[in-house]
Ligand binder design. Structure first.
Ligand SMILES: Nc1ncnc2c1ncn2[C@@H]1O[C@H](COP(=O)(O)OP(=O)(O)OP(=O)(O)O)[C@@H](O)[C@H]1O
Length: 237
């Protein structure tokens, strides 16, 4: 089977300091891979390279075998990559529904189709009651939920989530996990950065451990959780 995502010998430096060294891994469709590692290990940088925010110095990123290395973030989103950020990047001076509409600007839908898709997503994430509220009025946890909803609006094949559970209520975490699991059952691939040692194992069985910009190991979360050294150093932060 062709991998959904292939990260192939990716290197990235900032001002001569190596942040990613020879990072190589892949992800099959319908799988969730957790990405863990200490602060500064390069996890977010990896996401930024995959989603086109940073260019790789060398190496390749493939989506379904297509080379997407160093394409613009908009092109990469158009190829089917949805992402969220550690601190939600919602448009706070717009309403909840308008935030979702932004994701559809290049989707070529009619006004009616747009409205239907927004209504369906609001319903799915339980935000229908606040659809016309300004996002600035929402608590941070709901902003994160809204951002995840925005990332899902264009039915991405690959969803990459940066700390989706940070600052989020237990109820919203449950909802997020059930939505993500549903998408993955439909064949979406998902990469998740998380320090949340309780929530991450509820979402994924497998993790990639990144340390000082290098892949240290990849394995079943049940095994890695039993490694006290890894738990203390990388998940407990
Ligand atoms: N735009 C940038 N310019 C310079 N250095 C950067 C830039 N982006 C990231 N870095 C550096 O790359 C290193 C890795 O940062 P990154 O945010 O990828 O780590 P992380 O594993 O996501 O950490 P955290 O868990 O704290 O979010 C850090 O030393 C950071 O300072």
């Amino acid at each position: 089977m062709t991998a959904l995502l292939t990260v192939d010998h990716v290197n990235k430096s900032f001002q001569g300091v190596r942040t990613l060294t020879d990072v190589t891994f892949d992800l099959e469709p319908g799988r969730i891979l957790g990405l863990i590692g200490p602060n500064g290990a390069g996890k977010t940088t990896m996401f930024n390279v995959i989603s086109g925010i940073y260019s790789a110095d060398s190496g390749r990123v493939l989506l379904d075998g297509r080379d997407i290395t160093n394409r613009s973030p908009a092109r990469i989103a158009g190829y089917g990559v949805g992402r969220t950020f550690q601190v939600a990047r919602t448009f706070n001076d717009m309403t909840v529904a308008e935030n979702l509409r932004v994701a559809l600007v290049n989707a070529g839908l009619s006004g009616r189709e747009e409205r239907q898709r927004i209504a369906a997503m609001l319903d799915r994430v339980g935000l229908t009651g606040v659809r016309d509220l300004m996002v600035s009025a929402l608590p941070d946890g709901q902003k994160k939920l809204l951002e995840a909803a925005r990332a899902m609006m264009t039915s991405p094949r690959l969803l990459i989530l940066d700390e989706p559970f940070g600052g989020v209520s237990a109820e919203v975490i449950d909802l997020l996990i059930s939505i993500i699991r549903g998408l993955v059952r439909e064949g979406v691939g998902c990469l998740v950065i998380s320090h949340d040692i309780v929530s991450l194992p509820r979402l994924c069985e497998e993790v990639l451990v990144l340390v000082e910009g290098k892949v240290m190991t990849r394995g079943a979360i049940s095994e890695i959780r039993n490694d006290a050294r890894i738990v203390d150093a990388y998940l407990g932060a």
